[in-house]
Ligand binder design. Structure first.
Ligand SMILES: [Zn+2]
Length: 473
């Protein structure tokens, strides 16, 4: 009852709970200025968690495309911010108040400015229909207490594993559910139709990302990593999705006469040289082994665990999520590793000194936490496992200590794996095939599949002579 009264009071206070898209009153407890303030606060968290991609030219390009569409939206007066994030994840998302993000990971799979506009238009649709705000209000009303800011605050060190889901998931990153996603697609198509882009680009882009998702699930298994999927995708392929076809078809009917600009050349020129996959300054993960070239270290996490290489944390989570193992670095360690370990977890712990092929180290063990401290080039690396519940580490004891013992200085061969990859646009010559281009590619045994997906020629088709295509080197 008290919740309901508070909710009503807030709705009255905020006054403008009218939905910009439907014109109807929503159950929304937030005024536009509150919405913008919420977005601005969360924007700081997003940029901390995912860094901003360092290319002014690319940021400007995405911003130009975004602003053009935003002006034709249901909320043209809102101040929009478009940011390319330095993440290999395939994602785009929006915060309330006009903050829109697109990863360099998703850009790698797009092939035209119209497709970029489609992704951005979909996210603007989430903003104009106030999906984030509506979701947050619903959560407040049912007293779940979910706030947008908390989704992006890890706090793993202090509280154990229970916030892991918040780091890698969260409502904003995983989408808003079928109805809201479809609405965002419909609005995106409508905005494209009012500019110079073909609304059908929405269906095209959903198809490209759906193919990527289906294939990536297989590739991820082979490579021992998490699959990369876009939040706005659902079970059916867009070719069989009649509701999506209908929503976009409606927009196409009303499209402006000039709405057929594809902008393939413009897009490929702007994304030539784009970083692909993990970037080297935050290390790379291959087959669950983490490599860091500049620090000169490598460590192998348990085979079945999910490794998350986030800018501010390296975290591995056990298959059932009951245990997690985090690696931290201390640039000014004091004393020998055994002393360090005792200070870290208390004198009651079982601490053993060990020599890891010339590196001084120590393991520590308590019922609820265990791991090791390794010294390498004046820095200390701390691998510490924690469980959600008491006893949650017991079945993982061997895996955890194997991880500590796997730590070593990077070898010359391993260093080759760390080299960052980037996209290069080339002009196909007569006789070029994806199988041929895949030979000797740093993408390894799945190179042909990746090249096909990136060039939207999956599962078949070959490059035409004179066609611009993307390769990775
Ligand atoms: Zn969406």
């Amino acid at each position: 009852m008290r919740i309901l009264i508070t909710a009503l009071a807030l709705a009255l206070l905020s006054g403008c709970a009218q939905n910009p898209v439907t014109g109807q009153n929503d159950f929304v407890m937030m005024s536009e200025s509150q919405e913008v303030a919420t977005g601005r606060r969360a924007d700081v968290q997003v940029k901390k968690q995912y860094r901003v991609y360092e290319s002014k030219a690319l940021q400007d390009y995405v911003n130009r495309v975004g602003q053009r569409i935003a002006k034709q939206s249901h909320r043209p007066d809102l101040q929009y911010h478009f940011t390319v994030l330095d993440s290999p994840e395939i994602n785009a998302f929006a915060l309330p108040g006009g903050y829109v993000y697109i990863t360099r990971g998703i850009l790698a799979y797009l092939n035209s400015e119209a497709e970029l506009a489609a992704v951005v238009g979909h996210e603007i649709g989430h903003v104009t229909a106030r999906h984030g705000v509506r979701q947050q209000s619903a959560a407040q009303a049912t007293n779940i207490g979910l706030t947008i800011a908390s989704i992006f605050v890890p706090e793993i060190g202090s509280t154990g594993g229970q916030n892991i889901a918040n780091i890698v998931g969260g409502a904003l990153l995983s989408g808003y559910g079928r109805e809201h996603e479809l609405e965002a697609d419909r609005l995106g198509a409508e905005y494209l139709a009012r500019t110079e882009y073909d609304p059908q680009a929405i269906i095209k882009v959903v198809g490209v990302l759906k193919n990527q998702e289906l294939k990536d699930a297989e590739l991820a298994k082979q490579e021992g990593r998490e699959p990369r999927r876009y939040h706005g995708l659902f079970a059916s392929h867009p070719d069989n999705d009649t509701r999506l076809q209908q929503a976009v078809g409606e927009a196409s009917k009303n499209a402006a006469p000039q709405a057929h600009f594809e902008g393939r050349e413009e897009f490929l020129r702007s994304t030539d040289g784009l970083l692909f996959g993990d970037s080297s300054d935050q290390g790379v993960v291959r087959n669950n082994r983490f490599y860091h070239g500049e620090l000169g270290i490598t460590v192998a996490f348990p085979k079945s665990w999910q490794v998350h290489n986030l800018p501010d944390a390296l975290v591995a989570v056990s298959p059932q999520g009951e245990a997690m193992l985090q690696m931290k670095m201390d640039q000014k360690p004091r004393g020998i590793p055994a002393d360090y370990a005792r200070r870290l977890v208390g004198s009651g712990a079982q601490v053993r000194s060990l020599d890891l092929d010339g590196l001084t180290a120590a393991t520590f063990e308590l019922p609820n936490t265990m791991g090791g401290v390794i010294y390498h080039n004046r820095y200390a690396y701390i691998l510490q496992a924690q469980a959600k519940a008491r006893g949650g580490l017991s079945t993982h004891r061997n895996e955890i200590f194997d991880t500590v013992r796997s730590f070593h200085s990077i070898t010359a061969d391993e260093r080759k794996l760390v080299k960052p990859l980037s996209i290069r646009v080339i002009i196909a010559r007569t006789g070029d095939t994806y199988a041929g281009l895949a030979q000797g590619s740093p993408l390894g045994k799945s190179a042909e599949t990746y090249l096909r997906l990136m060039n939207a020629q999956y599962p078949d088709g070959e490059p035409q002579a004179g066609q611009r295509i993307k390769i990775v080197e």
